[in-house]
Write a protein that binds this ligand. Structure first.
Ligand SMILES: CC(C)(COP(=O)(O)OP(=O)(O)OC[C@H]1O[C@@H](n2cnc3c(N)ncnc32)[C@H](O)[C@@H]1OP(=O)(O)O)[C@@H](O)C(=O)NCCC(=O)NCCS
Length: 163
């Protein structure tokens, strides 16, 4: 399967909304049933310097990774990540391709020293993906959100690039 990686555009937002609403995606992110469709468009329009990269396969958008960088100058070496892949395409290497694209930009272009994210502790696939790209678990945040009606804990994970 050919996977094309490119910068996102406003036109991608409807398909990204559909992905956020999919089973096996929704419960693992902070999406919820029938969330307003404009939400993702507004987020894109207000993304500022954040990097939005999409993956295309079979002539459609099937995944998104967002890399943000803290704006406070004392934290300008720190980036944060979020990623989703269409659940019909899980386990096919799309998440890995998005991650390696963004790791390369973070390390070689932006020269970030720390990347951080949080992930529900039940989300084994995502945790494995992050570990594969050098993220370690730094701690657990308790009962941070509802997931399938139950309060759920999150791992705080980070990847450090040491001088
Ligand atoms: C997490 C997610 C982005 C991974 O994307 P993906 O395209 O499925 O990932 P890949 O196919 O590249 O697999 C990446 C790694 O995940 C792990 N993995 C794959 N399938 C797995 C499974 N069934 N169970 C556990 N781990 C699995 C493997 O370590 C794999 O690497 P490997 O193939 O080199 O061994 C995707 O599953 C997703 O969108 N999930 C729902 C949304 C989500 O959880 N986002 C992250 C919120 S923190």
């Amino acid at each position: 399967m050919d996977i094309n990686i490119r910068q996102a555009s406003l036109e991608d937002c409807d398909e990204l909304y559909n992905i956020r609403q999919m089973p096996k995606v929704m419960e693992n992110i902070l999406s919820y049933k029938n969330e307003p469709k404009d939400g993702i468009k507004n987020k894109f329009l207000n993304k500022g310097q954040d990097l939005w990269i999409v993956a295309e396969a079979d002539d459609k958008v099937v995944g998104l990774i967002i890399l943000g960088v803290h704006r406070n100058p004392r934290k300008s070496h720190v980036g944060y990540l979020t990623i989703i892949v269409n659940s019909n395409y899980h386990g096919m290497g799309i998440g890995s391709k998005l991650m390696s694209t963004v790791m390369d930009i973070a390390d070689n272009n932006l020269k970030l020293k720390r990347l951080e994210l949080s992930v529900f502790i039940e989300n084994e696939r995502a945790i494995n993906l992050y570990k594969k790209f050098g993220f370690d678990i730094e701690g657990i945040a308790k009962r941070t959100a509802l997931r399938n009606g139950i309060y759920c804990d999150e791992y705080n994970m980070a990847r450090l690039l040491l001088d």
